[in-house]
Design a protein around this ligand. Structure first.
Ligand SMILES: Cc1ncc(COP(=O)(O)O)c(C=O)c1O
Length: 373
């Protein structure tokens, strides 16, 4: 059987990984500044993380959620404390799209409405509801036309006002748009949509799947704007590679039996991984590091001639290249052995581990400077 060939893969086979580094089967060493789409939060193969998963596997393994699972409670408490959302409730699932699907479902349950407002260039995942809230014609299948979603330009209060009314169940927005090319909502825009959501009894959903989990220097990117969404979704960095997603739900939203459900969500192994991630983030002060190394990268990138625009916060950075420099990302990988990501049409996306150092950032900065010279 062959793999269903739907996304491009580099012809590199990693066999070992440590921190921000990967080794392939040929023994070549790569600097990983992408972490498999923001997944590697505490660095590859962190010893505390490896031990936590291994110990768990040796105890009761993977067992799913039909019994009392104290690890879920431990995870909820720890996540509440580190994120500052101690009074919210936690629903655990397996991926980002699933977290958004549940968030949209909660909004329709709570409001009894169907209409959703999302933003141009947004990406929220690939389940039918999440993909319908995604503004990318290459991703959205024709059957998703059935969903009642309106897209408005990011940071445009007037356009937002034009579509907001008492029929809107939810407004869904990324803390920082990732796939859309690292586009940042302004603090004032986030505060404005929060105010309008309150006026219309509409739920505000913050998709922090890529921008959250300490990447920007705060636990969630929206916390720079000091807003408090009704629902926040997470995944990616939450498990440092182990599949897990979650929905943080405002205490005013009351659960009822059967409202949401899952077989694998919050299983023992996923919880052990997610708790270990939070342990390391706290102990090694990784949010501070994201802020320090992120500021350093943004400052140094600003000094490199030949880049069109640099956007980002902390360790979520987009670098726009001129049209004639389309090969830079491939060259960084082939000639300098540095993994980066991309967002179309010509943006390099940096989503390194939160453990990345200034010395590792320098390796990338020197390579990029040479490539765009
Ligand atoms: C902002 C955002 N939301 C949702 C998703 C979907 O997450 P998953 O691929 O885990 O379903 C992604 C994935 O890239 C994302 O970047």
């Amino acid at each position: 059987m062959n793999l269903f060939d739907v996304y491009p893969l580099f012809d590199i086979n990693p066999v070992k990984a440590q921190g921000s580094w990967l080794w392939c089967e040929k023994g070549e060493k790569y600097l990983d500044l992408y972490g498999g789409h923001a997944v590697i939060s505490i660095g590859h193969s962190h010893p505390h993380y490896v031990k936590a998963i291994t110990d768990q596997l040796n105890n009761i393994g993977f067992y799913s959620n039909s019994v009392q699972n104290k690890l879920q409670v431990q995870l909820a408490e720890k996540l509440g404390a580190l994120s500052g959302y101690t009074d919210y409730n936690l629903f655990l699932c397996n991926s980002g799209a699933e977290a958004n699907e549940n968030a949209l479902k909660i909004a329709s349950f709570v409001t009894g409405r169907k209409k959703i407002v999302a933003f141009q260039k947004a990406f929220h995942g690939r389940t039918s509801g999440a993909v319908a809230a995604t503004d990318n014609p290459k991703i959205v299948a024709p059957f998703n036309a059935g969903h009642n979603i309106t897209f408005v330009p990011l940071n445009d209060e007037k356009a937002f006002d034009d579509v907001m009314d008492g029929d809107v169940a939810a407004v869904i927005i990324e803390g920082i748009q990732g796939v859309g090319g690292i586009q940042l909502p302004t603090d004032s825009f986030l505060q404005y949509i929060e105010k309008k959501c309150k006026q219309h009894n509409t739920l505000l959903i913050l998709d922090e799947i890529q921008s959250g989990y300490g990447r920007t220097g705060k636990f969630f990117a929206h916390q720079f704007a000091n807003i408090h969404p009704h629902v926040i979704t997470t995944a990616k960095g939450m498990g440092n590679g182990f599949p897990i997603g979650s929905v943080l739900i405002h205490p005013d939203i009351k659960p009822w039996s059967g409202m949401l459900g899952t077989t694998f969500g919050g299983n023992y192994l996923a919880c052990a991984a997610a708790i270990a991630v939070l342990d390391v983030m706290e102990k090694e002060k990784l949010m501070d590091n994201a802020s320090i190394v992120g500021d350093y990268l943004l400052e140094k990138l600003g000094q490199i001639k030949g880049l069109l625009e640099i956007r980002g916060k902390g360790l979520m950075i987009g670098i726009d290249l001129p049209d004639d420099k389309k090969s830079v990302r491939t060259n960084l990988l082939k000639a300098y052995k540095i993994f980066t990501g991309e967002a179309k049409p010509n943006t390099i996306r940096l989503l390194p581990s939160l453990t990345v150092t200034k010395a590792e950032a320098d390796i990338f900065l020197h390579a990029l400077e040479k490539e765009v010279a």
